[in-house]
Design a protein around this ligand. Structure first.
Ligand code: ADP
Ligand code: ADP
Length: 231
């Protein structure tokens, strides 16, 4: 399971402007779809609707997971089926290992270790985030952008959902981090259906399908190779 389908989805936040306008696409089970387009094109709205931050009204189309309309799925099972990897994750002033296990209190140390390994963070389980400082409490935790994203990836590996929503950081990462992230993302996406707001060329190039959005509509779609061939 894990097939996603948007069927003629239109959405407006305020009834005046249109955030999405007749968007239809499928993410076949186990495949990766990358959303690209300028700011305001509708990428985040697609992820928010799939996660049901907002619900579609009558006549605004349908969103299906494995053929079932998500409005008929309980929030609880939807959250179980979908793992969200945000641009930036909340970190606590404690070890990286504990941060990875956060939210899954029944995880064994072995499970945490495997997840950390998948996210290329196994050498840091016992260490504390940079900037760790008992004096400043939880606000003192600091990691590089790439490390933060790998903690988020490890958390999601631990959760093990069939569907992934990824919001890639726009900030530039140094090349060593970039390699680690790429590997971690590959490990995470293997065997899962994923929908990404893609900023890195590596993510765009490795996606099975790229959807180019503009003003709430899909204006082009295809593999990286197909889209390059059109120009
Ligand atoms: P992200 O892209 O990181 O998810 P946001 O969700 O904050 O960032 O915003 C995405 C886009 O939606 C931005 O272009 C922002 O200006 C716009 N936006 C966010 N909230 C509102 C709002 N309440 N009213 C109008 N536009 C908004
Ligand atoms: P992207 O993720 O591609 O930057 P969004 O999906 O965030 O684009 O935004 C699509 C459109 O919806 C934009 O015109 C944006 O300003 C608007 N928008 C986004 N979030 C909100 C919000 N919370 N309230 C009102 N308008 C919003």
């Amino acid at each position: 399971d894990g097939e996603i389908e948007f069927d003629d989805v239109s959405f407006s936040y305020d009834n005046r402007s249109t955030a999405l306008n007749g968007v239809s696409f499928k993410v076949p089970k186990g495949s990766s779809v990358a959303l690209v387009g300028e700011s305001g094109a509708g990428k985040s709205t697609i992820l928010r609707l799939l996660y049901r931050f907002y619900d579609l009204k009558e006549g605004e189309g349908r969103i299906l997971i494995d053929g079932q309309n998500i409005k008929d799925v309980t929030q609880r099972s939807l959250r179980k089926a979908i793992g969200v990897v945000p641009q930036d994750c909340v970190l606590f002033n404690t070890s990286i290992g504990y941060n990875i296990g956060y939210g899954k209190f029944d995880a064994s140390s072995e499970e945490i270790e495997i997840a950390a390994q998948g996210a290329q963070m196994h050498d840091r389980i016992m260490s504390f985030p940079d900037g760790y400082d008992t004096d400043v409490g939880e606000r003192g935790v600091r990691l590089s952008g790439g490390e933060k994203q790998r903690v988020a990836i490890a958390r999601t590996l631990l959760k093990n959902p069939p569907i992934l929503l990824l919001d890639e950081a726009t900030s530039a990462l140094d090349t060593s981090t970039e390699k680690d992230i790429q590997k971690a993302l590959q490990n995470l996406q293997r065997g899962r259906s994923s929908l990404s707001i893609a900023h890195r060329l590596s993510t765009i190039a490795s996606a099975d399908v790229i959807l180019v959005l503009k003003n709430g509509q899909i204006i082009e779609q295809g593999s990286h190779r197909e889209l390059l061939a059109q120009d």
